[in-house]
Structure formats: structure tokens, C-alpha cells
Unconditional design. Structure first.
Length: 326
């Protein structure tokens, strides 16, 4: 063996030999010190999450205790699954589940694809100024709270509101309709107003994904004679499939959420049969009636079911198109 080859082998050995534990720790500490300012900022975020998200989780045990606000949680007697059974066996159970799943699934099947369609058509606009104007107008309602939008909706839907005035003018109705007093209209009002508020904001993510599609793919489709709709179907949608899948998984995991703020603003005693969802039930049982253990049990049951739904949706989408959250 030549001297040159021997020297090369020794050099390669020193380059690729595994580091000892002491050397690994030293390298890690050096890297940590170099990133000390970033690490401090990250630690502040971790501390915030731990203090406000993990420590309060201790209070979940009230779901298994006969809790009284006068005494500490530790002194409350254990009652096991008493409050879980009470909720499931109550007359409100099926009403709450029906309203929650009904509103959420209709929002999912109507409200989920609409931002995708809106983003696809918005992307086809040639005028940049007009495109920006439409986008700004569409996502502006997102920045208004449901307290404000709820007041607007209540005014529009009142017996002397613009909706009744328009329907009367068009001879569609003879007398005003009290929309928020009729349970049969409540789901439609909630779903429509939610889409109106969020469609523009939700489309931003899809527009960002569309912006990342290679122009060469559109050029190739043009050469092949593809029209605008064909480009959408065969180029744009497959290119943003990953973003659609991730957002769909998150939407599926939130089917037990029915937008508490929105429903709290729009509900009243007359439409309660259609507006009593899980979050509202927890609110009126816990905060209004003072039955904290029952409210805690319902909230915990909802959280566990939401986690199970998330895991199922994640695994299903992973098998279907090899895209998932984790």
C-alpha cells in the first residue's frame, strides 16, 4: 500500500469515525450556546404553553368528582363515570348530538369545498387590481367578531330587516318571517353566515399553494390544448392536493365544534331546539347552572372523541393519498 493511500485512509477514518458521548455533548452545548437567543424565545413559548395549557389540565378530574365550588377539588368525593352516564341518558343528549353533527357536517360538505373553488376562480383573474379588490372584500368579514356580525345578522333578519323587505318586494312572501324565532331556519342561517365570514380567509391558504405551482406545468397543458377548466382539474388541484388533505383532516377533527361564539350570539329561547350544541350545553350547564362536574364530563368526552376522530381521519387520508399530519 502506498503512503498516499495510507494517509487518505487515516484521514477518512478520522472524518467518519463515530463521536464519543463526551464529544456529542460538547458539540450539542456549543450549538445550544450559538443559538442561545433563539432558545430563550422558544423556552418562553414552551413555558407559556405549560402554564396555561398543561397545568390547568389537572382540573379535568372534576369530571370524575362531585365538585362543589366552595371546596377545593382535592376534597371533592370521587363518583367515577356518574356524570358521563347522566349526560348520555339525559333527554338533551340526542338533541345536542343531532344539532352538533348536523351543523358541522353541513358546514364541512358545503363550506369546505367553497374556498377551494373560490381560490381556483380567483386565480384565473387576469387583472391584478381587480383580483386584489375581490380578495380584500372577501376576507374582510373574518376580522369582525361574531358579536358585530351577529348584530348585523339579527338586524337583517328581523321582521323589518332588509331580507324581509326584499322578499316582500319580490312578492315571495306576504308577511314578514321571524327567521331567528324559527328553529327550522337556524341551521341555514348559521351555515350561510359562517361561509360568508370565512370563505375569503380560508381561500388564502389555497391561493398560496396555487402560487407554488410551476408555470411550466401550465405551459405544457396549454401546448396539449387544455382549456382553463382542464388546467384547474388536471394541473392545479393535483398540485395543491397536499394542502387540501391537511386542511380536510383538521376540518374533520373539528366536527364536534360548532363555532360557540356564532351560535351564542344568534341563539335564543325560541330556536333552542336547533341551536343547543355541545359547546352551548357545556356553557349553560357549567357557567349558568353551576354544575361544573357535569360540564367537565361533557367537555372531556368531546375532547376524547375529537382526538379519536383526528387519528382515524389522519390514518385514512394517509392510506388514500399518502398525505397526513403525522
Amino acid at each position: 500500500m502506498s503512503v498516499t493511500n495510507t494517509t487518505t485512509d487515516i484521514h477518512s477514518y478520522h472524518m467518519f469515525k463515530p463521536l464519543t458521548r463526551k464529544e456529542k455533548n460538547k458539540k450539542f452545548m456549543m450549538k445550544l450556546f450559538a443559538q442561545r437567543y433563539i432558545q430563550v424565545m422558544a423556552l418562553l413559548g414552551v413555558a407559556w404553553i405549560f402554564i396555561f395549557n398543561y397545568i390547568p389540565m389537572y382540573g379535568v378530574i372534576i369530571a370524575f368528582k362531585q365538585f362543589n365550588i366552595i371546596h377545593p377539588i382535592s376534597e371533592a368525593p370521587w363518583v367515577g363515570f356518574k356524570f358521563f352516564r347522566e349526560f348520555i341518558e339525559s333527554d338533551d343528549f340526542w338533541i345536542v348530538i343531532k344539532n352538533t353533527l348536523g351543523i358541522s357536517f353541513i358546514k364541512l360538505f358545503i363550506g369546505f369545498p367553497l374556498p377551494i373553488i373560490f381560490a381556483l376562480f380567483l386565480n384565473e383573474l387576469k387583472s391584478l387590481r381587480y383580483k386584489k379588490f375581490i380578495q380584500t372584500v372577501s376576507y374582510l368579514p373574518h376580522f369582525l367578531s361574531w358579536v358585530v356580525l351577529g348584530g348585523i345578522m339579527a338586524t337583517w333578519l328581523s321582521d323589518v330587516g332588509i331580507i324581509n323587505e326584499l322578499l316582500t318586494y319580490l312578492n315571495i312572501i306576504d308577511e314578514p318571517i321571524y327567521f331567528l324565532a324559527e328553529p327550522s331556519y337556524f341551521w341555514g342561517i348559521v351555515i350561510t353566515s359562517d361561509i360568508w365570514k370565512e370563505i375569503g380567509w380560508s381561500a388564502i391558504i389555497y391561493l398560496a399553494a396555487i402560487a407554488g405551482v410551476s408555470p411550466e406545468m401550465y405551459e405544457a397543458a396549454t401546448i396539449d390544448g387544455a382549456g382553463r377548466f382542464q388546467k384547474m382539474w388536471y394541473v392545479t388541484i393535483p398540485s395543491i392536493k397536499a394542502a387540501i388533505t391537511i386542511l380536510f383532516i383538521l376540518a374533520i377533527s373539528g366536527v364536534l365544534n360548532s363555532n360557540f361564539d356564532q351560535i351564542l350570539v344568534l341563539r335564543n329561547s325560541l330556536n333552542q331546539s336547533a341551536s343547543d350544541v355541545i359547546d352551548i350545553y357545556v356553557y349553560r350547564t357549567g357557567l349558568l347552572s353551576g354544575r361544573y362536574s357535569l360540564a367537565g364530563a361533557v367537555g372531556l368526552l368531546k375532547a376524547v372523541l375529537a382526538l379519536i376522530i383526528l387519528l382515524i381521519a389522519n390514518q385514512t387520508m394517509k392510506k388514500i393519498n399518502d398525505t397526513s399530519l403525522f
